[in-house]
Design a protein around this ligand. Structure first.
Ligand SMILES: Cc1cc2nc3c(=O)[nH]c(=O)nc-3n(C[C@H](O)[C@H](O)[C@H](O)COP(=O)(O)OP(=O)(O)OC[C@H]3O[C@@H](n4cnc5c(N)ncnc54)[C@H](O)[C@@H]3O)c2cc1C
Length: 429
């Protein structure tokens, strides 16, 4: 093979792309992993997060707050480490069985609940309040190694100690196994010959050739690459799992310093598509969302250091479209609004039970941290994540058939493992 020829090219190094790269490297394949962003090393602070987040896309679509991340490891760098297995209600109806891959991932990602001292007093108090009202809160699974965790609660600023699993763990394993990683390299188009994908071209016009090409570059980029290759169904509809951080002043406690989403409940998920987990924005995210909500919201910042925060996250409707470049539309539907409102009502009861005055409850403007479902299984790709173009596959949150409305990472890792098994069995040609 020449230097620019590979068995597998993976575009995008999020949790999914790194999983595919690692699994294919372990199968003895020559793998190239291409990442648009760099590798931020100074983790655990707001400046680094601001450098990892795709700010131009955020500003371009400021009316619909949806977060994209460009860095080695993708959005998993700033996840809260909250682990939910692939939901049966999403993949069961498609006949996709991820049970084997889910169990493999559970072991390799170190999924477990945290001990009480790392969960934090605030979370335990909110859990008691919820359960005394008859809800069913419990300690939630995390992909965090308790022996390395300091309990700072700063998971979403990037983990300083390496306690939290990120895509980088598998990406680094792929590199150790012989994969090539190209950072600061943006794929602009696919090279298609006689109806087959044979490579990718970067914005710098470099060309790389692969027997199998996997797009793991997230909901926007995948759409542009597929459209450029003639797959026009991509990008019709976008999910983002709208979430509202609901804040309240509970005397004697506050969210700062509690490990996010380490307790909570999924009891409203199957029927109502609502997930309730305590987690709050840091000061910068709080100010950012408040500023985009209107000047009066900025005044709420006076309580920032006193707030306890519980997130209401929903399975949103598939609305909106991906436009050109960074543009997208993601209107919130009445149905979405009703789900958020229902979650806010539940959370308000819990805050009151925990000792908050209702007047302090402040549900923040909904934002989306899980852009997904733009290249859906069943519409744009088949159950094996294959496109209609031979040797071209898609594997990340963009393939979800609908909004997950729940933590994503364990699901995309499981999908990445399943795709790798499939790639190993199909003959490229
Ligand atoms: C603040 C926050 C907290 C979260 N908390 C949790 C949590 O606790 N648990 C959980 O399960 N999920 C959580 N999520 C969601 C989860 O992190 C993401 O949904 C998941 O990591 C997405 O992985 P992915 O592989 O699908 O895509 P991404 O992580 O989006 O990766 C796509 C990669 O492709 C790269 N790329 C884009 N364009 C190009 C191009 N042209 N060429 C080359 N590379 C390109 C990007 O730079 C990026 O690195 C959270 C998300 C956020 C934002």
């Amino acid at each position: 093979m020449k230097n620019n020829e590979y068995d597998v090219i993976v575009v995008g190094s999020g949790a999914s792309g790194c999983t595919v790269a690692r699994e294919m490297t372990r199968k003895g394949k020559k793998v190239l992993l291409i990442e648009k962003g760099g590798r931020a090393e100074w983790l655990g602070n707001t400046i680094t997060v601001a450098r990892m987040i795709d700010i131009p896309t955020l500003l371009r679509n400021y009316k619909d707050i949806v977060i994209f991340v460009n860095n080695y490891g993708g959005a998993s760098n700033i996840s809260a480490g909250s682990a939910l297995p692939p939901p049966d209600k999403i993949f069961g109806p498609l006949g996709i069985d991820l049970s084997t891959e889910t169990e493999e991932a559970r072991k390799e990602m170190g999924v477990n609940p945290l001990p009480d001292e790392l969960i934090g007093e605030n979370n335990l108090r909110l859990m008691d309040a919820a359960n005394s009202l008859g809800y069913h809160w419990r300690k939630m699974d995390k992909f965090i190694d308790a022996s390395k965790c300091t309990g700072s609660g700063n998971c979403m600023l990037g983990c300083k100690t390496g306690a939290k699993w990120t895509g980088r763990v598998f990406g680094d394993e792929a590199i150790k196994g012989g994969a090539d990683l190209m950072l600061h390299t943006s794929v602009k188009s696919l090279i298609i010959e006689n109806g087959k994908a044979i490579g990718v071209e970067t914005t710098k016009k470099d060309r790389f050739y692969g027997k199998q090409i996997v797009l793991s570059a997230g909901g926007l980029t995948n759409v542009h690459l597929l459209r450029g290759a003639g797959i026009t169904d991509a990008g019709k509809g976008l999910a983002c799992d709208w979430l509202s951080f609901v804040q309240a002043v509970v005397p004697g406690t506050r969210t700062i310093g509690s490990t996010p989403m380490s307790v909570g409940t999924l009891e409203h998920y199957d029927d109502d598509g609502i997930v309730i987990l305590p987690v709050g924005p840091n000061w910068a995210l709080f100010l950012g969302i408040a500023a985009l909500s209107g000047p009066s919201h900025l005044l709420k910042f006076r309580n920032f250091f006193k707030y306890s925060s519980i997130m209401v996250k929903i399975q949103d409707d598939l609305t909106g479209t991906i436009g050109k470049g960074r543009a997208f539309k993601k209107p919130m539907t009445e149905n979405d609004r009703k789900k958020i409102d229902k979650g806010v009502q539940i959370v308000t009861q819990i805050f009151k039970k925990a000792g908050a005055k209702e007047s302090t409850v402040y549900p923040m403007k909904p934002a989306g941290a899980h852009p997904s479902a733009t290249c859906r299984i069943g519409q744009v790709i088949d159950n094996n994540l294959a496109t209609q173009i031979k040797n071209l596959f898609v594997c990340d949150a963009s393939v979800f058939p609908q909004a997950l409305g729940a933590p994503v990472v364990w699901t995309v890792v499981s999908l990445g493992k399943r795709l790798a098994k499939h790639l190993d069995t199909v003959v490229s040609g």
